[in-house]
Design a protein around this ligand. Structure first.
Ligand code: HEC
Ligand code: HEC
Length: 359
């Protein structure tokens, strides 16, 4: 994916030269401002741009989204120019990645899995990161830029790199009234772009919303189990299948050390009850970004269902009281997996990759 993007970057200046009569640089003409996307079936009723502005102070406009898209895909925001947000949040993986933990600058490996970024601006309650330490998308976006093993820079350095690119200065002036790319504006534009990333119109949405839609009987059984016998909807609820809360399933428990590798939400709140609790992830597009969980330790959806059937990791400390053995039959487990598969949306997100970057 990175190679593909580099190919675009190399191709862009050539395209610009061949169109010398136009005042608009190639990178601008190739990435026109487009209308905000229509939120898809199953999601649309929960999307309110006005509510987003009230809740997170985030105003989303087509011009700002174009800027945020460029910044999201631009490796020049990182210390050595090699890592962009999209290195770890890849369009084809619902803006997650198919790796247990992320590789950032200089190939350094982190300890947590990159979460997907779909429908992320419209949660029941805005909390970002696995441990919920950021309260808005814009606040979140500032984190990776100065994370030593993600993009490895500082906010000052990032602002400097962006300010050195004439094309960005022009676009910041268009969006914010003057040329200055402050870190708050960079984060604001990236957040606006992220707010337009949706996952919906899944087989399950069509079945729920369209009179003549049919669904595989196995998926239907899976849905009944999900909302009934297995009680998955205690935590995976609402249109995005998450309660925006934190729970401990015993993932990451080390039975030999009798300890967790990652203390999760407790690090943020200091509360014992939050030990190794993590944010309930969305289940939309869940087929697109295995492996699963905050540490990417579970390879398949079948194994995830096995974990729940066992009642979480046996012997683990501080397990959620909502987790208990489920006594599912093999057919029931398969049906739950079929239901999870039916939650994948109809977009592979290829359309959001910019054709070229500002120069
Ligand atoms: C080196 C890989 C890497 C890079 C680069 C990276 N991220 Fe992430 N991202 C992660 C990981 C890992 C997490 C989870 C970290 C945690 O929860 O502590 C995360 C979490 C997030 C979340 C939270 C999602 C949620 O549901 O809570 C968002 C949003 C996000 N990143 C956006 C971005 C943006 C914007 C950029 C670029 C400025 C970026 N990321 C760069 C790996 C990366
Ligand atoms: C007590 C709340 C709770 C219940 C009940 C629950 N989940 Fe989860 N689910 C979570 C949390 C929290 C995580 C992330 C845990 C972690 O990473 O440590 C998760 C993770 C997952 C994942 C991995 C997603 C990803 O992106 O990594 C899947 C799939 C999943 N749950 C499906 C289910 C199914 C199916 C059921 C019912 C059998 C269920 N969940 C019941 C809270 C819950």
């Amino acid at each position: 994916m990175r190679n593909l993007m580099l190919a675009f970057l190399v191709a862009a200046p050539l395209a610009a030269c061949s169109d010398a009569r136009s005042d608009t640089a190639g990178w601008e003409a190739e990435n026109p401002v487009v209308a905000l996307p229509e939120p898809p079936l199953g999601v649309a009723d929960n999307v309110s741009w006005r509510k987003l502005e009230a809740q997170q102070g985030l105003k989303v406009t087509p011009e700002k989204v174009r800027l945020g898209r460029w910044l999201f895909f631009d490796p020049r925001l990182s210390k050595d120019g090699t890592v962009s947000c999209a290195t770890c949040h890849r369009p084809e993986n619902a803006f997650s990645e198919p790796l247990p933990t992320s590789k950032g600058i200089g190939g350094q490996v982190g300890t947590r899995k990159a979460p997907p970024i779909v429908n992320a601006a419209f949660p029941i309650e805005p909390v970002y990161f696995w441990d919920g330490r950021a309260k808005t998308l814009a606040e979140q976006a500032k984190g990776p830029i100065e994370n030593p093993i993600e993009m490895g820079g500082t906010h000052v350095l990032c602002v400097k790199s962006v300010a050195a690119i004439a094309g960005y200065r022009k676009v910041f002036a268009q969006v914010y009234g003057d040329e200055e790319p402050t870190i708050d504006r960079i984060a604001d534009a990236i957040a606006a772009f992220e707010a337009t990333l949706f996952s919906g119109n899944s087989a399950w949405d069509r079945y729920q919303n369209e009179d003549d839609a049919t669904i595989d009987p196995e998926v239907k059984l899976g849905a009944e189990l999900f909302h009934g016998k297995a009680q998955c909807n205690q935590c995976h609820l609402g249109f995005n299948f998450t309660d925006s809360r934190f729970h401990n399933l015993g993932v990451g428990w080390d039975p030999a050390a009798k300890a967790y590798k990652d203390e999760g939400r407790r690090k943020v709140t200091g509360k014992a009850e939050d030990l190794a609790a993590f944010k309930t992830p969305t289940l939309r597009d869940v087929t697109r970004h295995a492996p699963y969980m905050h540490d990417g330790s579970i390879a398949t959806l079948e194994e995830v269902v096995e974990l729940y059937d066992r009642g979480g990791e046996p012997g683990a400390a501080n397990l959620s009281p909502k987790i208990r053995p489920l006594d599912l039959t093999e057919d029931e487990k398969k049906a739950i997996v079929a239901f999870l598969e039916a939650l994948s949306g109809d977009s592979d997100n290829k359309g959001v990759v910019p054709r070229s970057l500002p120069e």
